[in-house]
Design a protein around this ligand. Structure first.
Ligand SMILES: Nc1ncnc2c1ncn2[C@@H]1O[C@H](COP(=O)(O)OP(=O)(O)OP(=O)(O)O)[C@@H](O)[C@H]1O
Length: 721
């Protein structure tokens, strides 16, 4: 079912112009790959499907035969309207390049795969810390044994230097965190970023108090409340598992602490068992819980008390791989939901002793971990655990970017485990009523503000569907063909060209092609190449660049063949492309800086690799991405939405501020969309819609045509059912 209506509909002068001025030139034969095909009349018996729109008022042509087997519409979601992508030469069929982790301008946690363990080789690289310190007006502390070490700093026990009238035993010991000026946490050799977070936060319940800070030699030093063992230590001591009651206490108290940190406008950003510390042993705080390490904290609310803006930089990961939220893996700006998702993983780890994505290695580890996190349902993830933990995990993972978590409702989920327990292993926030008999609370954790049921976002189900994008356009002729075997593609193309149509989009499912041709692309002569086991045909593309053609659309098959369409009459003045095993965001950013924008995208299987046709099910890296970027596309700005689940929340956020989908591609695991902001503000009024359908949306296309919405992009791949 269905589609949502276009939000805005407006014709623009530019679109009208495109619709009028469509040349109908066939591609030069000698550059057109020779493909033997049947005459058009035979198509009815073939398995390829096609359809064209013939606006009544234009009376351009008759409808081509409609094939049987109407599509089943699985889902439909709306979006807005783009402009067209175009560009020049400079092929860069560069080798595969992994997405890198960027560390600027904030520090990035070096994800310790096995938390709580200090790598031996790191030890010798540690700078020796001073034996005594006094900073920021503090007394002199003797630096005693090391309490812990993280990716940024080392924490030591500090004992007050004995004074004449005060025995050392009477002075409370402290924790001293040393961060060398060359540490990743120090911004350009200056004080650690964490200092600014502590200053902004002030005193917060459950966060150790920072007493003094200052510089001592090459070290930045923080003197703070001394705390006790971490939850990781406790988990380790208890045979690598803690019981549900203990975990429930921890959950309730952690939620209290996070609520208070969030209330100050901050997201912690690195919630994990090693960062939850108990109070110091043998003190009245021994059973209290604290959250340390603010080095990755970020603001979710700005100075004007507005939520920070949504943003995705797919290669910008911050956090610890094992516990990071899926959104953090995808490079989305952190918000409160991310701390809660990490808390859910922390609880599952403490209860179960491991998380399903532990053990992944290699340069694409983050990608695999994220894929696993997105692909597993909360039922499966929390199968051996009580309902409280599953419900909490589900609530945390269903939160949207700006949602305010319902901390109390989540805490109430754990009530059944805490009711009647006199001696709790963790002292709970005295302002809370959890664990006191008040019955199962009226939980609204799974309801929207208006009381309707909240949509579950991680259902562990995945599917592959057609993703079609429709743009508003002046009435024009459009034709589509799908399930086209390679041998028959040429027939359709030639016929279309003869009828004055140009190829505007191509796609592939399995090894069958989809072809969209219309009279509104504004393109001139076209050539295309079907390259067997080549993704993309570099030499041919370079030849065409020399002849003044630019890539206008591209598609790849599961077995590694590619279909590249190059056109004259584009607006492009320069063009470049890259083929990569993973989404090449690093390269895209570089090209953005050079003034290029994505003008076409495709995915294709690796010829001959497992996962190609006939092989085992494809994994992330058995697919390749081809990204084409061009100069002078007419876009003022461009962003990318990459997700393991489509529809992605980010598309709607971008759409709301004027971006429109201008290119789409998908593998069985991921869907990527380029969203562009047209240079001409008038274009913002153009409507755009998207559809997800399990079969090619033949009947829906006709409905769209009736509303003057025409296919502008098509892809087949990862969606959620
Ligand atoms: N106030 C404290 N009292 C006692 N031990 C502490 C205290 N603060 C930190 N520690 C110990 O030192 C370890 C490292 O501290 P912290 O996490 O602040 O360092 P980091 O370098 O920022 O770590 P990460 O790599 O996790 O970002 C903690 O895991 C904990 O074991």
């Amino acid at each position: 079912m269905p589609e949502r209506r276009p939000q805005r509909v407006a014709k623009t002068a530019a679109k009208a112009k495109l619709a009028r001025g469509t040349p109908a030139c066939a591609p030069p034969r000698k550059n057109t790959p020779i493909i033997k095909g049947e005459p058009l009349a035979q198509r009815a018996n073939g398995r390829d499907k096609h359809k064209e729109v013939v606006p009544e008022q234009l009376k351009l042509a008759k409808k081509v035969k409609q094939e049987p087997g109407q599509p089943k519409l699985a889902v439909a979601a709306p979006v807005k309207a783009p402009a067209r992508g175009l560009a020049q030469r400079n092929p860069a069929a560069a080798p595969q390049q992994p997405v890198k982790v960027e560390k600027q301008p904030m520090p990035v946690a070096e994800p310790a795969e096995d938390a709580g363990e200090v790598a031996e080789e790191d030890e010798e690289n540690l700078h020796p810390v001073p034996t005594k310190v006094s900073v920021g007006g503090s007394p002199v502390y003797v630096v005693d044994k090391r309490l812990g070490k993280g990716g940024f700093g080392q924490v030591y026990l500090g004992k007050r230097l004995p004074r004449r009238n005060v025995p050392a035993s009477r002075a409370s010991p402290v924790a001293i965190k040393f961060e060398h000026k060359t540490s990743k946490g120090c911004v350009a050799g200056g004080p650690p970023y964490e200092w600014s977070v502590y200053t902004s936060l002030g005193d917060v319940y459950g966060v150790p108090k920072l007493m003094y800070k200052g510089q001592c030699g090459d070290f930045f030093v923080m003197i703070m409340d001394l705390l006790g063992p971490s939850l990781w230590d406790i988990w380790s001591m208890k045979g690598q598992r803690i019981n549900e009651r203990h975990a429930a206490c921890m959950a309730v108290e952690a939620l209290s602490i996070l609520q208070k940190i969030h209330a100050k406008g901050w997201v912690h950003g690195d919630v994990k068992p090693e960062n939850f510390l108990m109070g110091p042993a043998d003190t009245d705080k021994a059973s209290r819980l604290f959250l340390v390490d603010l080095g990755l904290a970020t603001k979710w609310r700005d100075r004007n008390m507005q939520h920070v803006k949504y943003e995705q930089r797919p290669d910008d990961f911050r956090g610890t791989v094992r516990y990071a939220s899926a959104h953090a893996h995808l490079g989305r700006v952190a918000s409160r939901r991310d701390d809660l998702e990490s808390l859910a993983y922390t609880l599952i780890f403490l209860l179960e002793g491991r998380l399903p994505w532990q053990g992944y290695q290699g340069e694409n580890k983050g990608l695999y971990v994220c894929k696993k996190k997105m692909g597993i349902s909360t039922e499966e993830l929390c199968a051996p655990m009580g309902q409280s933990f599953r419900e909490f995990a589900e609530a945390a993972m269903s939160l949207r970017f700006e949602d305010e978590p319902r901390y109390e409702a989540y805490q109430a989920l754990f009530e059944p485990l805490l009711y009647g327990v006199a001696e709790k292993p963790i002292t709970l926030d005295p302002t809370l009523k959890v664990g006191q008999k008040r019955g199962r609370a009226q939980l609204d954790w799974d309801a929207e503000g208006d009381g309707t049921a909240r949509k579950r976002l991680r259902q562990g189900m995945r599917s592959q569907q057609w993703i079609t994008v429709y743009n508003k356009h002046a009435v024009m002729k459009q034709r589509y063909h799908y399930n086209v075997a390679t041998a028959r593609l040429d027939v359709h193309v030639r016929k279309g060209l003869t009828d004055g149509l140009q190829i505007s989009s191509v796609a592939c499912t399995g090894d069958l092609w989809a072809l969209i041709m219309d009279a509104g692309s504004g393109l001139g002569n076209q050539v295309y190449k079907l390259a067997s086991a080549q993704f993309l045909p570099k030499e041919w593309i370079m030849e065409q660049w020399d002849r003044g053609f630019y890539i206008s659309s591209v598609a790849g098959s599961q077995s590694g063949d590619s279909l590249t369409v190059m056109s004259k009459g584009t607006r492009f003045t320069q063009q470049s492309y890259k083929v990569s095993d993973i989404f090449p965001f690093e390269w895209i950013k570089k090209k953005w800086r050079e003034g290029f924008h994505i003008s076409a995208m495709a995915t294709g299987g690796h010829a001959g690799r497992p996962g190609s046709a006939g092989g085992p099910p494809p994994a992330v890296c058995n697919w390749q991405w081809a990204i084409v970027m061009s100069r002078t596309t007419g876009y003022a700005d461009q962003v990318v939405e990459l997700d393991f689940a489509y529809p992605s929340e980010g598309i709607h956020k971008r759409w709301d501020i004027g971006y429109r989908i201008t290119a789409a591609a998908a593998t069985p695991d991921q869907a990527a969309f380029a969203l562009s902001l047209p240079r001409r503000p008038a274009a913002l009024d153009e409507a755009q819609e998207t559809l997800r359908t399990s079969t090619f949306p033949s009947s829906h296309v006709k409905e769209k045509w009736d509303k003057n919405l025409y296919i502008s992009a098509v892809a087949f791949g990862r969606t959620v059912p």
